[in-house]
Design a protein around this ligand. Structure first.
Ligand SMILES: C[S@@+](CC[C@H](N)C(=O)[O-])C[C@H]1O[C@@H](n2cnc3c(N)ncnc32)[C@H](O)[C@@H]1O
Length: 218
């Protein structure tokens, strides 16, 4: 199995990455720098998710975007690249250490001026945002127990036609086990049920990497 997808063999994952937009030098360096951190590196999004984030950001012509869970900055780099020079991305994280790596990559890629990073619990950052529906794109990829509250803060702030993406929604397939006592599994299962019942959005759960829920705000 590929370390980036419990659904694909390593060979098939490599093939898929090689037949999409390839990671450029900055993203490749960031993947290597993150791998050097050890096992936490598995929190980084997969390269094909980075390509998808850039494409979707461009497709919705996003100017205002929010990310919850930045880590070493790969997903933010992908979104910022899709925004264009006038666009702005607000990043939420609690780690100075990991996001220092992110800041260096954003500077190397020439997108640092599009990104504002707030080091604080994301619930506080999101709760303080203006209530108007002005966001074009949002990406949730932080602590799983917080997903429901991040969703509830973000959905009303999305403009009609805006896109929400949520990572790890298949949780290595553990979502299928109703007896899994792990709090993160319980949180993801409950979050997925919440999204499926939310008629403010159209939703599809894509089997890309660890599961990526893609939603369009009605
Ligand atoms: C899975 S990683 C994000 C990976 C990132 N999207 C990427 O592309 O590399 C989760 C991140 O969420 C952050 N995090 C955890 N709890 C948080 C909270 N309450 N508020 C904001 N960020 C949080 C962690 O510090 C970590 O960097």
């Amino acid at each position: 199995m590929s370390p980036k997808s419990f659904l694909l063999s390593e060979e098939l994952h490599d093939y898929l990455v090689a037949h999409g937009s390839a990671p450029d030098e900055v993203l490749s360096e960031l993947i290597a720098d993150t791998a050097a951190l050890g096992p936490v590196a598995r929190m980084q999004i997969a390269p094909e998710q980075a390509a998808l984030l850039t494409i979707l950001t461009r497709m919705v012509d996003a100017r205002r975007a929010v990310e919850v869970g930045t880590f070493t900055g790969a997903s933010a780099l992908a979104i910022a690249r899709g925004l264009g020079p006038e666009g702005r991305l607000l990043c939420c994280d609690v780690s100075e250490e990991w996001t220092a790596i992110a800041r260096r990559a954003w500077a190397r890629a020439g997108v640092a001026d599009r990104i504002e990073l707030r080091i604080a619990p994301a619930a506080d950052t999101l709760g303080a945002l203006p209530p108007e529906p002005t966001l074009d794109l949002a990406f949730i990829d932080a602590d799983k127990g917080g997903y429901r509250s991040y969703w509830d803060e973000l959905v009303p702030r999305m403009r009609p036609g805006g896109v929400l993406l949520v990572d790890n929604t298949l949780w290595s397939g553990r979502v299928l086990d109703p007896d899994d006592p792990d709090p993160d599994t319980i949180a993801i299962r409950s979050f997925n049920d919440h999204v499926a019942a939310d008629d403010r959005v159209e939703a599809v759960l894509l089997p890309i990497s660890d599961g990526l829920t893609l939603c369009l705000r009605r």
